[in-house]
Design a binder for this molecule. Structure first.
Ligand SMILES: NC(=O)c1ccc[n+]([C@@H]2O[C@H](COP(=O)([O-])OP(=O)(O)OC[C@H]3O[C@@H](n4cnc5c(N)ncnc54)[C@H](OP(=O)(O)O)[C@@H]3O)[C@@H](O)[C@H]2O)c1
Length: 321
């Protein structure tokens, strides 16, 4: 099979299309013919090894100390079950599925094997493979931080910094779905996009500083990495919560003691994927796709994601000849 290989951390040039042996599923695994994967900000940061301060060692231990331990990068996939191991009960050949390989990586490929118990679920029929692959990274993060950690409630005022990125576009839509009044922060060229996703107000960060306009929020979600408790002090309600998803180790430790500060890492699970699938099918949210590249152009996709200015998501379409 064809897949993207990486043998070291570094610039997008470390990624190249190569021939690999097609994997075969173990007893509890399914073999997935991948139709779409993605290149997320997480993939680009891992490739370049730009991790939040204090996370260098744990991340190297997880992914490979001197070089990447797993030969194929990428986490999010949408595809079709080609065969199943003898103990598999949840899936059968032909099922359309989507999910994430997590730290196992291997998504930027024509095929991969996953345990039936991993974060993998049936894909709703009305959702394309590209849309399904695109919603996973931002959708699961938004769900984890807004619903599971901040316990977002109807009528609350929510501010999303970085509202035009993968996590931002999912957060604006999910916060609106949960009944919040959403304000998004983005640059001039993304105002229309963020408004179209349901934000009641949009702040152009090139023209206005949210911290000086007198507005206060129940929840502030920062996906960019340029906010702090001190900077948000005047913009948060007394019981308000600040979510910093890019925080370094010290801020993560501080969040254990501070009730109004939420950090950490979003996990992946079947429930979250099913929830996102249902929401897309019902028209409550949509996957925002900026660009779609063929598998052979994964390095090109990384180069674009590296700019830090993608709108929503970058998808890799995998063609099977
Ligand atoms: N902790 C976790 O579990 C977790 C989970 C998911 C993601 N993350 C992290 O969260 C970060 C965001 O991920 P993502 O996928 O959403 O990134 P992304 O898609 O690359 O975000 C790009 C967006 O950020 C916007 N942006 C850049 N500078 C900005 C600024 N100063 N103010 C407001 N918006 C700005 C850009 O808009 P303009 O072009 O308009 O500037 C662009 O649309 C990544 O670092 C990722 O690793 C953490």
């Amino acid at each position: 099979m064809k897949a993207i290989a990486w043998t070291k951390y570094g610039s997008p040039e470390v990624l190249e299309l190569r021939e690999f042996e097609k994997p075969s599923p173990k007893k509890d695994e399914v073999l997935i013919k991948i139709h779409a994967s993605s290149v997320t900000a997480g993939d680009s940061r891992l490739r370049a090894f730009k991790v939040p301060m204090g996370f260098w060692l744990p991340t190297r231990l997880a992914f490979g100390v001197l070089k990447p331990r797993k030969p194929i990068p990428g986490m999010d996939i949408s595809g079709e079950i080609e065969s199943v191991g003898e103990d598999v009960k949840l899936f059968k050949k032909g099922d359309k599925v989507y999910g994430t390989t997590g730290i196992k990586l291997g998504a930027n490929a024509e095929y991969t094997c996953l345990s039936e118990n991993s974060a993998l679920v049936k894909k709703p029929n009305s959702v394309t493979h590209e849309q399904a692959a695109a919603i996973i990274f931002g959708g699961l993060a938004a769900l984890h931080f807004l619903r599971d950690k901040a316990n977002i409630q109807k009528g609350q005022k929510v501010l999303v910094n970085g509202a035009s990125g993968a996590v931002g576009t999912a957060s604006v839509q999910l916060a609106k779905y949960f009944g919040a009044e959403v304000t998004g922060i983005c640059s001039t060229s993304n105002i229309e996009l963020v408004e179209s996703l349901g934000a009641k107000k949009v702040i152009d960060y090139t023209k206005e500083d949210f911290a000086r306009n007198g507005e206060i929020y129940d929840v502030i979600l920062d996906t960019v990495g340029n906010l702090s408790l001190t900077r948000c002090k005047k913009s948060l309600m007394k019981q308000g919560k600040l979510i910093l998803i890019n925080a370094g180790l010290l801020t993560n430790l501080l969040s254990i003691a501070k009730k109004n500060l939420i950090c950490g890492v979003a996990g992946e699970n079947k429930e979250g994927l099913d929830f996102l699938g249902e929401r897309i099918e019902a028209g409550d949210i949509k996957a925002v796709i900026d660009r779609i590249h063929p598998l052979a152009q994964t390095a090109e996709a990384h180069r674009y994601v590296d700019t830090g200015h993608k709108k929503g998501n970058v998808v890799i379409a995998v063609e099977h000849k």
